[in-house]
Structure formats: C-alpha cells, structure tokens
Design a protein around this ligand. Structure first.
Ligand code: CA
Length: 223
C-alpha cells in the first residue's frame, strides 16, 4: 500500500513517514501544497494524509481539486488545534477522516488501517489477473480457486505487480513501492522474492503469469 503524506512541518512529516514505513507501507512525503497535488493527481495512491496549512496551496484546496477530478482515494486530514472549525469543512469537501495535532501515532495508524479497509470494501477492490485473485481487504490470494499462502513481503510484492498488470516494473520501481530500505543493498532481494512468488503462483502451471523482461525487470500478465 502506498501513502502520500503532504505535511510541511518536517519533523511531523518524517515522524508519520517513519511510523507508516514500520507498518510496511511505502510512503512518499511532500512538504509543498502544489507539488503534493501534482503527486496526488499523477499517482494512484491508496491513501492521502494531508495537512491543512501548507505553502502554496491549502490542504482544503488539494482535497477539493482531487475530488473534482473524481479521485476517490481516502483522505485523512491533519488539523492544528486552532483549526478545529475546519474539520467540518474538510469532511464536507470530501475528507474521510481527520486528526487533530498533536496526535498519538497509534491513533494515526489505527485510522489509516480503517480507511484502507473501507476503501477496499467500497470499491470491492478485488484484483484479478486470469485465475489469480487477490483481495486487499482480507489479504487473501487464490489461484484457480486454491488458496496461496504468502508472507507479508511476498504479498506486498504481488499486490504491487497486480496493481500494475501488463506494465514493465523495473527493480528500482519495485524497490520504491514494496521495499523502503535503500535500493542498492537490496537488489538481489527483489529477484529472490520474485522467485519465491513464482514458486507459489506459477510453478506447475501451464500459464505463467510472472514474466522476466530481460534487462528491465518484471511484468505480471496473462499472456
Ligand atoms: Ca502545516
């Protein structure tokens, strides 16, 4: 799951990013309103965490713009104590939840989990490629109706591949979305995990879904 945090207070932003990363989310952090909006429009995030007071564009304007663009990504807004009256406006403008600063990090994580669950249920959220089915809400994976047991990291990698079916995914891209550590030291880890996945998804099956694109990376597709 990939999260965009738009927060101009570096300390708060980094704190949120680190906490989410420890929960295995891939996190982008942006400290500017206009840049944050561009990122939110350009990338299919699973969740946005948006501070209200931002340089160049307010969190409220970001929220209104993405909802006008029919982007249904769940949005959690952050408000300062002095902006409590803004919460109602935020919810009216299409925010899914809000949190008042300062907040306990456990509360933020609980709300993030709730919003991601809600998003997956509402859009039914099932990912399917051929007879491979992944349910983000329950984290259940089946192939040909048979349950496939995956580790958390294998699951995160498969979810990323399935969300980008038919596209070549380079190792740096995979690293960025699925791994949060420095890519250089983990180059081989990606190949190792793709092989783990192959063993569980493709081994013994006529139709292979995970393809190696020589010199580029990997692609999940039916043909
Ligand atoms: Ca701020």
């Amino acid at each position: 799951m990939r999260v965009l945090v738009i927060e101009d207070e570096t300390k708060v932003g980094c704190f949120i990013k680190r906490a989410l990363e420890e929960e295995s989310y891939a996190v982008d952090l942006c400290e500017d309103g206009v840049k944050g909006l561009e990122m939110a429009l350009a990338t299919n995030y699973d969740l946005l965490v948006v501070d209200l007071m931002l340089p160049s564009m307010s969190g409220m304007d970001i929220l209104r713009t993405i909802r006008r663009e029919r982007i249904q990504t769940p949005v959690l807004i952050l408000t300062a104590q002095s902006q409590i009256d803004q919460r109602v406006k935020g919810l009216d403008a299409g925010a899914d939840d809000y949190l008042t600063k300062p907040f306990a990090i456990d509360e933020l994580l609980a709300r993030v989990r709730a919003l991601l669950r809600r998003g997956a249920t509402e859009s039914s959220g099932m990912l399917q490629v051929d007879d491979l089915v992944l349910n983000p809400a329950t984290r259940e994976v089946t192939r040909g109706g048979q349950r496939v047991d995956l580790t958390l990291k294998e699951y995160a990698l498969l979810e990323y591949l399935m969300r980008h079916t038919g596209r070549v995914l380079t190792r740096p891209m995979i690293s960025e979305h699925v791994w949060n550590q420095d890519f250089d030291t983990f180059t081989n880890v990606i190949d190792v995990y793709v092989n783990y996945l192959r063993n569980k998804i493709d081994r013994g099956r006529t139709k292979k879904l995970i393809h190696t694109i020589r010199g580029s990376g990997y692609m999940l597709k039916a043909d």
